[in-house]
Write a protein that binds this ligand. Sequence first.
Ligand code: ZN
Length: 339
Amino acid sequence: MKKDGGGRKFVLGVDIGGTKIGICIGTFEGRFIARRRLQTKVDEGEARVLDEVVRSAYDILNEAGLTLKDVLGIGVSAPGPLDPREGVLFSAPNLPGWRNVPLRGIFEEAFGVPVYVENDANASALAEWWFGAGKGCKHMIFLTMSTGIGGGMILDGRLYRGSTFNAGEVGHQVVLPDGPLCGCGKRGCLEALCSGGGIARRLKGCVRRGETLMWDMVRGDLDRLSAKVLTDAVRKGDPFAKEFLDETLRYLAQGLANLVFILNPEMIVLGTIVAKEPDLFLEPLRRLMKEMVWDEHLKGLEVVSARLGDEIGDYASFSIVLNELNSTTLKALERREEE
Ligand SMILES: [Zn+2]
């Protein structure tokens, strides 16, 4: 591997999730040199979990033949809410017991290099912007649709965090007043209607024996209904499933249209469910949005699926560091890319 004079050419990334933690080392161009996955043993407490992360990070540095002198910064992606300026994780629904964890302080003490912390939705938006579908664009909205709906916004070429770092909560805009209850306590949020969890709960409320293939597909066990069961049934030609998906797409298009009216993006990047079944989602969404927004908004607007797939967590933790580098470093990187 080519290592030129100045050293410190590498980035260490830590992606903390409720079930897994990804640790990786790579170059600025997003070339991974070493990676490792750990199970998040939440019940052992944050101190032991983070100790294991630190040990593993040192291990993979060793394996890669690098030392901390080669590492320019560490990016930590974690579920929020958190304060990226202080690097403190306030709390996270999928990390029970973790309260006010000073992630930056802990990692800076362990490694002695700059540490940058970002919530996972914003970090994923940065990842798709730096390395994925949004490369080179200036105004991009990213939505990830799994259990919930998270989002991140790149506006005017920068991550937009808002006054209390809570911007980009695109999943909690209300698209159906008095609609189904959302995990946040409100009714009719986009997340309650169109996330994987929201779709499963809505299906549970309407799937009946004899009316749809979905009943037989889950053998009457309605707890097994999911977005995947829905899209499988649509592919089998089930009219009930098709109608349900159409309704879901209308809610989703409404949510996206709201964002378009306010932010006038050039690209909307949709992850997870949409990225897995682009043909069932993207064309109908583009068509529906055409009816909902103005022609001016549509000029050059692209609605696309995310590109990074299951690797997004690694790229996300990386991108946090890239996002924090000063413009001089970035210009040097751009020159290197051009060469
Ligand atoms: Zn909500």
